[in-house]
Design a protein around this ligand. Sequence first.
Ligand SMILES: Cc1cc2nc3c(=O)[nH]c(=O)nc-3n(C[C@H](O)[C@H](O)[C@H](O)COP(=O)(O)OP(=O)(O)OC[C@H]3O[C@@H](n4cnc5c(N)ncnc54)[C@H](O)[C@@H]3O)c2cc1C
Length: 460
Amino acid sequence: MLSDSLAERLREILGHANLLLDPADCWTYGFDNSRRQLSPLAVAFPTTSDQIGQLIATARNNRIALVPRGSGTGTTGGAVPVENSIVMALERMDSIIDIDPGNRTMHVQPGVINDAVQQAAAEHGLFWAPDPGSSAFCTVGGNLAFNAAGPRAVKYGTTRENVLGLKAITGAGKEIVTGTNTTKGVVGYDLTRLIIGSEGTLAVITEATLKLLPLPESRRTVMASYASIDAATRAIISIMTQPVMPCAVEFIDRPAIDMIRDFSDADLPQHAGALLMVEVDGAVDCLDSSVQSVSAALNNDGLLEQRIATTEAESRQLWATRKALSPALRKIAPNKLNEDVVVPVTRIPDLIHGIERLSEQYHLSIVNFGHAGNGNIHVNLLYDNTDPAQDASARQCLRSLFTLVLELGGTLSGEHGIGIEKRDYISQEIDTASLDLMRKLKTVFDPDNILNPGKIFPSP
Ligand SMILES: Cc1cc2nc3c(=O)[nH]c(=O)nc-3n(C[C@H](O)[C@H](O)[C@H](O)COP(=O)(O)OP(=O)(O)OC[C@H]3O[C@@H](n4cnc5c(N)ncnc54)[C@H](O)[C@@H]3O)c2cc1C
């Protein structure tokens, strides 16, 4: 319950129009895509850095937590309130401050939607590489806090590789300016890369300098279907060892193909054990030879069929297959566990075989697809979480999956982050000394533990 004096202080800082206090209104800011929900005491919509500084000072004085929030599309509970917390919704700080085509940079506030960045950059023949599937809704602040990425990451990198600098306010209330406006720079520790991916636990990002890239002249998509998973995973390795770097290498396994077939009118080859979607981009003159190189790499004794799109419309049709997957999955198993593990590309075959074994051992349907060029596979455990036996089995299976991934030299999350969902697994990957150092860094940035507590670190 918010005290009258604290409510009054929040009104002084933000004004009536930028504050929600009614529990019914606050409830609508209590969730994200993890399906967790908890109502905050209030929702604050700061519109300036100064207001953020004052909110942090007030939260420290009153020992109340602040939970930064973009659009709430995160899948691991990063933006979900904790007990006794105020949500700091950054959605009204949504200005593109400037675009500098000569230096290929854009300065933005954190609440700008990813697609708005892309549209503004495209007017200058540029783009920003991070392309999460949620780009129509998610904010740059959320992209930075989770180091988000999509299919293009295989060629252009994740958010971390595409941000030059930041302005942020730490949990101690200090405004910091990190990084540079230039694409080279090596002065001091790299605080930009530390804050990116820190899930709102160290500082509130108030501005970012995005690194833009020239839009490719054209792109071509190839879809290849294989008789078996083995053949498809061999093709992934061949793709990554030939000289043309594709801008997407997406993988879909047999259960996922069956699901797409059942829930859409996609025309997919019968008996396919796995599908690959590969895209190349670049100058028009070079595309034919790039497609040839990729097509040769895709060809092996398990290849059933290759379709090469020659027009934008054909390309969109091929991608519609991949896009049909998420809605189909949500329909079949609304309570699925959707993991985003990563292994070195050459270990993808071992991962997929290991997952098949886990599926048998725990009697669970498991559907796999994802950004194979980065070794980033979305492993979906389909089960009914209202059945205690299935729920327990899925949780055990998840721990075994993480053990397998780490044995293969991988990591627990490629893009969704840790949040609340995976904090009890983080010590499976991060050694004690490193975790202790991370806890100390948290204390330096946020001495009173007011910024997004209860996230990332294992529960006590
Ligand atoms: C349909 C769908 C598809 C998706 N596809 C992808 C995908 O392809 N790739 C991918 O990486 N993710 C994907 N996601 C996950 C999610 O969209 C991304 O993680 C996105 O970056 C979250 O942005 P958001 O604005 O919704 O952030 P939120 O969910 O609101 O917050 C995410 C985290 O950022 C913190 N935060 C937000 N703003 C700030 C700030 N200004 N300063 C400090 N911390 C802040 C929050 O505290 C929280 O910890 C998908 C989600 C959905 C629902």
